[in-house]
Design a binder for this molecule. Structure first.
Ligand code: E4P
Length: 217
């Protein structure tokens, strides 16, 4: 499963990239607002930093506006992926970009039928929002499992990008459900490396090693 960082904070992206843990980045208007940065400037900076796909979301709600904005964003860098909302206009724009070879990430997906439509529209990625469904006491991960079955039934190549991932358990469950990608907040990605028994074991090894009085170098 690929890991995308769900953030517009360049310092966090640089850190994860240096660990070799990053396959791409997703942003959304809320993350851009939180960063306090200029949208196109920050997308250009992230795209230059990361080898993989960087999702940049259109703001327009109509087909013509989405196409104009998407084409503008796609010119920033070759790894920019156009993020489109799961609406009829967004699906029409998705088909337009698929026909012109521009990659898309169809976002705000909350049902298997929506995911089916996105695949039929030629989406590169579909983003089912796991955490926001969980917030409503609906099992978000069941949606990932359903989409996996549907896409495999028909051989759709659209990649399932588990979004609105909030916890380490979401990451584990998305991997078990066969998501192709999870987009994850940086703190959650770093937290995946932690285990209390790892810390305890390291402390013990350090004490025992010190008692030997030896050095390696
Ligand atoms: C990413 O593409 C989504 O916009 C993001 O994962 C949404 O996460 P949230 O529900 O925690 O805002």
């Amino acid at each position: 499963m690929k890991f995308f960082a769900d953030t517009a904070v360049v310092a966090d992206i640089r850190e994860l990239n240096d660990y070799g843990l990053l396959d791409g980045v997703t942003t959304n208007p809320s993350l851009i607002a939180k960063s306090g940065r200029d949208f196109k400037e920050v997308i250009a900076e992230i795209s230059a930093l990361v080898d993989g796909p960087v999702s940049a979301e259109v703001a327009a709600l109509d087909f013509e506006g989405m196409v104009a904005e998407g084409e503008h964003l796609a010119r920033i860098a070759s790894n920019v992926v156009i993020k489109l909302p799961l609406t009829l206009a967004g699906l029409k724009a998705c088909r337009h970009f698929a026909s012109s070879g521009i990659r898309t990430n169809v976002t705000l997906c909350f049902s298997a039928n929506q995911a089916l439509l996105a695949a039929k529209a030629g989406a590169t990625y579909i983003s089912p929002f796991v955490g926001r469904l969980d917030d409503l006491n609906i099992d978000g991960m069941e949606l990932i499992r359903d989409i996996r079955v549907i896409y495999d039934n028909y051989g759709f190549e659209t990649q399932i990008l588990a979004a609105s991932v909030r916890t380490a358990n979401h990451v584990r469950e998305a991997a078990l459900a066969g998501a192709d990608v999870a987009t994850i907040p940086p703190a959650v990605i770093k937290g995946l490396a932690s285990h209390v028994l790892t810390d305890k074991g390291l402390e013990q090894f350090a004490r025992d090693w010190a008692a030997t009085g030896q050095t390696i170098l």
